[in-house]
Design a protein around this ligand. Structure first.
Ligand SMILES: NC(=O)c1ccc[n+]([C@@H]2O[C@H](COP(=O)([O-])OP(=O)(O)OC[C@H]3O[C@@H](n4cnc5c(N)ncnc54)[C@H](O)[C@@H]3O)[C@@H](O)[C@H]2O)c1
Length: 255
């Protein structure tokens, strides 16, 4: 790690249920953060609520190539080089009643928007980060947020979502291989059922006990469970861990 100066982290989707927990944890770990989300005011408010000082919030659509580059440059101009990238922005498009479209009925626009945000959004930030790694970067880390849906086929998600999160896992492995010569690791965290807004699109809290019955650890996960795994992956302790997908799912799926 760089001695003296706190590492700079950039987190996409930082205003979401899981994203905000990631921001709180990484700020408490001592990183200075650029919080990225769709809405500038929300990102600034979240950044201002974090422990420590110097955090900033920036609004951007992660699917927009030009906006991603502008945002990355703005973060660097204010905080310095980005050491840690965490990509948590994502969408799950369901029908109004919370059910999924079967493939046979999936509109192309649903497929494209899901891929644009989940897969392309992760790619664009990964590319912006990787293009700046031209020399060894001690403490350099990328953590992508994928999903157990990519591994299981998903019970509560659409096939577009499943495919987009599978793309995230593959991209992360490619990134791990390319950034390894610079001492930078890249890993993915695959959450299971987490008590955060995306799960609540399809699971009413009244159904939690029934859902938890299929989880060996017997409960729905929390955003802080995901944050703990991300905190580990960006720490010194994980400097020899790369190209992995870390499951945070209570044993819902075991490899
Ligand atoms: N909640 C779960 O059970 C669960 C399980 C597995 C994976 N995940 C993943 O974890 C991440 C966070 O999920 P969550 O449950 O906290 O949902 P959430 O909806 O609270 O968080 C998603 C965040 O991404 C932001 N976002 C969406 N599209 C964006 C865009 N185009 N540009 C910028 N920001 C955008 C949203 O504004 C929001 O803040 C997602 O990537 C999701 O796929 C969630």
């Amino acid at each position: 790690m760089r001695a003296g100066k706190p590492r700079v982290g950039l987190i996409t989707g930082g205003c979401g249920g899981i994203g905000a927990a990631l921001c709180r944890r990484l700020a408490a770990d001592g990183l200075t953060l650029a919080v990225i989300d769709r809405d500038t005011a929300s990102a600034e408010a979240l950044a201002g609520s974090l422990p420590g000082s110097g955090h900033i919030g920036l609004g951007a659509d992660v699917a927009d190539e030009a906006a991603v580059e502008t945002t990355f440059q703005a973060a660097e101009a204010r905080l310095g080089p980005v050491d840690v990238l965490v990509t948590a922005a994502g969408v799950l498009m369901l029908r109004p009643d919370g059910s999924r479209n079967p493939i046979a009925e999936t509109p192309l626009v649903e497929w494209q928007r899901t891929m644009d945000i989940n897969a392309q959004g992760t790619f664009l930030f990964a590319r912006a980060y990787a293009s700046r790694i031209t020399a060894p970067r001690p403490g350099g880390r990328v953590v992508t947020i994928s999903s157990v849906a990519a591994q299981l086929g998903g019970y509560r998600s659409s096939s577009a979502y499943i495919a987009s999160k599978a793309a995230v896992i593959g991209l992360t492995k490619g990134l791990a291989r390319e950034l390894a010569p610079f001492g930078v690791t890249a890993n993915s965290v695959a959450p299971g059922l987490i008590d955060a807004p995306m799960l609540r699109l399809s699971l009413d809290p009244a159904q939690d006990a029934q859902a938890a019955a299929n989880i060996p650890l017997g409960r729905i996960g929390t955003p802080e469970d995901v944050a703990g795994a991300v905190s580990y992956l960006v720490s010194d302790d994980a400097s020899y861990v790369t190209g992995n997908t870390i499951d945070v799912n209570g044993g819902y799926r075991m490899q």
